[in-house]
Design a protein around this ligand. Structure first.
Ligand SMILES: Nc1ncnc2c1ncn2[C@@H]1O[C@H](COP(=O)(O)OP(=O)(O)OP(=O)(O)O)[C@@H](O)[C@H]1O
Length: 325
């Protein structure tokens, strides 16, 4: 859907490259997260997609068409952009902010009003917010409005530059969850820039990790990056406890169900986990269970076998305790 082919960029007056020879393909309908330290070129890469910046060489294609072969208005019509720290228009109401792109596209007033009211509920805000100004909203509410604005013309591609960076951790986590849920319904192609690896792991279908001068060092699923970091740089970026992070990503449903045929009813004293719980949650329960075993149940509470610490080791590596690095 979005393809970078040998893209290079050095900003005028800068002694260093912002992007070095980037080749990368973001698939249709995925959330791809760009992560890396400050100044490594993430924003520049994002801005080149909708031609706010221009590459010095190489090609960027959106849906098979090179961006420099399209006129810029047509290109940007298909791309929603959510900039750093919301960047809402301060002198416009929420309704006017959300309707900004449809207005530019010349939609009629009633169509815009209908779209704005759809979007405000899509991002989880009450209609009474529509007449407020950005400075009358909390940071989390501003982010919701900025997301609604980026989605206004229903673009197939959405670019998000550190959308949740300014939010407190609780609100940030909630919005990350909501973004993932929204994406399941809307199937946009999303590129989200962050410097927060936890956020990347949580929302990304795939993560592109960059180091200085826009050098791509690894591009893979969160699971594979945690299991097989490509370099010490990636290992350092992942931070502490990669095994625990992998357990957070995996669900009880990812383990094979092991019903032994006899104990079809769990003993009442055993703790239970459901198939939608994370393996991290299962680990905590196993560690606090006197027997070292928890019962696995399906969504309806039906017995599906037992899980021990060994099941978790097997899920992580297929190996025995002691062999994990
Ligand atoms: N307009 C500009 N003129 C000159 N240099 C620039 C310009 N914009 C960015 N740069 C430089 O290009 C490099 C990449 O910047 P960029 O903003 O893309 O990085 P980033 O990874 O998004 O950083 P951050 O996480 O801090 O937002 C940096 O060294 C930056 O100083």
């Amino acid at each position: 859907m979005i393809r970078f082919e040998a893209v290079k960029k050095t900003h005028k007056g800068s002694p260093r490259m912002a992007v070095s020879d980037l080749t990368l393909h973001v698939r249709e309908g995925e959330i791809c997260v760009f992560v890396g330290p400050s100044g490594c070129g993430k924003t520049t890469i994002l801005r080149m997609i909708n031609r706010l910046d221009t590459q010095d060489s190489g090609r960027i294609c959106v849906n098979g068409v090179a961006t420099d072969e399209l006129d810029v208005v047509t290109l940007r019509r298909g791309i929603g952009f959510m900039m750093q720290s919301s960047a809402l228009f301060p002198h416009q109401t929420v309704a006017e902010n959300i309707g900004a792109v449809p207005r530019l596209l010349g939609w009629g007033k009633s169509k815009i009003r209908q779209r704005v009211s759809e979007l405000i509920s899509l991002v989880g805000l009450q209609p009474e917010f529509l007449d407020r100004y950005p400075n009358q909203l909390s940071g989390g509410q501003q982010s919701r409005v900025a997301l609604a604005r980026a989605l206004a013309s229903d673009p197939p591609v959405v670019l998000m530059d550190e959308p949740f960076a300014a939010l407190d951790p609780v609100i940030r986590e909630r919005l990350q969850d909501e973004l993932v849920a929204l994406q399941r319904r809307l199937h946009k192609t999303i590129i989200l820039v962050t410097h927060d690896m936890e956020e990347a792991i949580k929302v990304g279908d795939r993560i592109a990790i960059f180091e200085g001068e826009g050098r791509l060092v690894q591009f893979d699923t969160p699971h594979n990056i945690l299991a097989h970091p490509a370099s010490d740089f990636v290992r350092g970026f992942i931070g502490k406890d990669p095994l625990l992070k992998r357990l957070t990503l995996m669900k009880v449903a990812d383990l094979p169900a092991e019903i032994d045929g006899e104990s079809t009813v769990p003993a009442p004293e055993l703790a239970t986990v459901t198939i939608n719980d994370s393996l991290h949650h299962a680990l905590v329960k196993i560690l606090s269970a006197p027997t070292g075993v928890v019962v696995r149940v399906d969504e309806a509470g039906g017995y599906e076998g037992c899980i021990s610490i060994e099941s978790l080791y097997n899920a992580l590596s297929g190996s025995r305790p002691g062999s994990l690095q």
